[in-house]
Design a protein around this ligand. Structure first.
Ligand SMILES: NC(=O)c1ccc[n+]([C@@H]2O[C@H](COP(=O)([O-])OP(=O)(O)OC[C@H]3O[C@@H](n4cnc5c(N)ncnc54)[C@H](O)[C@@H]3O)[C@@H](O)[C@H]2O)c1
Length: 263
C-alpha cells in the first residue's frame, strides 16, 4: 500500500464555489495538484474563468444566493465534467457586511446570510441529491472560519459561520449512510489581498475602542505561527478532506489557523 494513493484524486470532479480568487483559488490549485478535475464557479465570471484556465478546468458564473441557479450549476457540473464527487462551499463575504451590531442594517444582515448560509444550504441540498442518485459517495467541504467559535468580525459573519458548522454536522449525520462525508474547514487569518502579507512581529496595535477590531488585531499580533496563512495552506487541508486520507472523518470542524484557537 502506498500513501500516495490516499491523496490521489484522479477521476474525481470537484466543484469549488467562489473560486475566482483568495482561499477558493488556493483550494482549486491544491485539488488540481492532487489530480482532480475542477469546476470553478463564482459571481465573478471572468475571475472564475481565469482560475479554471490555470488548472485546465471548467468555469461558470454562479451567485450561490440564487437557489435556481445553484441547482442548474450543480447539474451543469455533471454535464460538463462527468460527475460531482467533491463540493467545496467556499463562496463567502465578510468585512464589508460585518461590524458593530448598531451599524448592521436589515439589508446587510440578509445579504450576508443569503450568501454565507443560504448559499451553503442550496449547494449542499442539490449536491446531496445528485451524489445520492449517482450512488458513488462524495465529499462536501464547507468553508467555515475560526470566527464560528471566537468572535471577531461581528454578529452577521460570526453567527453565519457558526450556522455553517452546525449545518455541516447535521448533514454529516444524515448523509453518512450514502458514504458522503461532510466536514467544515475553518481558516484562520489567510492573506488574500494584493501584495505580501504584513509581518507578524508581536507588536500589538494601540486599542481603537472597537472590541471586535481590537480582539482580532491582538490575536493576529500574537499568532503562534508567526505569519499569515496562504490560500494554498487551506487547499492542502481541503485535499485531506476530499481524499481517502479522511475516509473516517465526517462532521468535523478542522481549524487551519496557525494556532489562532490556542490563544
Ligand atoms: N481569508 C481569511 O482570512 C478567511 C478566514 C476565515 C474564513 N474565510 C472564508 O473563506 C472563504 C473565502 O474567503 P476569501 O478570504 O478567499 O475571500 P475573497 O473575497 O478573497 O474571495 C471570495 C470569493 O467569493 C466570491 N463571491 C462572493 N459572493 C459570492 C456569491 N454570492 N456567489 C458566488 N461567489 C461569490 C467572490 O467573488 C470572491 O471570488 C469565505 O467563506 C470566508 O468566510 C476566509
Amino acid at each position: 500500500m502506498k500513501a500516495a494513493e490516499w491523496i490521489d484524486l484522479s477521476g474525481k470532479v470537484a466543484h469549488v464555489t467562489g473560486g475566482a480568487k483568495g482561499v477558493g483559488a488556493g483550494i482549486v490549485r491544491a485539488l488540481h495538484a492532487a489530480g482532480a478535475t475542477l469546476v470553478v464557479s463564482d459571481i465573478d465570471e471572468a475571475g472564475a474563468g481565469a482560475t479554471a484556465e490555470e488548472v485546465g478546468g471548467h468555469s461558470m458564473k454562479l451567485d450561490v444566493a440564487n437557489s435556481a441557479d445553484v441547482d442548474k450549476a450543480m447539474e451543469e457540473t455533471i454535464s460538463v465534467a462527468g460527475s460531482l464527487d467533491i463540493l467545496v462551499n467556499n463562496a463567502g463575504v465578510y468585512l464589508e457586511l460585518g461590524g458593530p451590531v448598531r451599524q448592521i442594517t436589515d439589508e446587510m444582515w440578509s445579504k450576508l446570510w443569503s450568501i454565507n448560509v443560504d448559499g451553503v444550504f442550496y449547494c449542499c441540498r442539490k449536491a446531496a441529491d445528485l451524489m445520492i442518485k449517482a450512488g458513488r459517495g462524495g465529499r462536501i467541504i464547507n468553508i467555515a472560519s475560526t470566527q464560528a467559535v471566537t468572535p471577531g468580525v461581528g454578529v452577521t459573519y460570526d453567527g453565519s459561520k457558526a450556522a455553517v458548522v452546525q449545518i455541516t454536522k447535521a448533514l454529516a449525520l444524515e448523509l453518512a449512510p450514502h458514504k458522503i462525508n461532510v466536514n467544515a474547514l475553518a481558516p484562520g487569518p489567510t492573506w488574500v489581498n494584493e501584495g505580501d502579507a504584513p509581518p507578524i512581529d508581536g507588536s500589538i496595535p494601540a486599542p481603537t475602542g472597537d472590541p471586535l477590531a481590537d480582539t482580532v488585531a491582538n490575536r493576529i499580533a500574537r499568532l503562534p505561527a508567526g505569519h499569515w496563512g496562504d490560500p494554498i495552506e487551506q487547499g492542502k487541508a481541503a485535499v485531506f478532506l476530499a481524499s481517502p486520507l479522511s475516509d473516517f472523518v465526517t462532521g468535523a470542524y478542522l481549524p487551519v489557523d496557525g494556532g489562532w484557537l490556542t490563544l
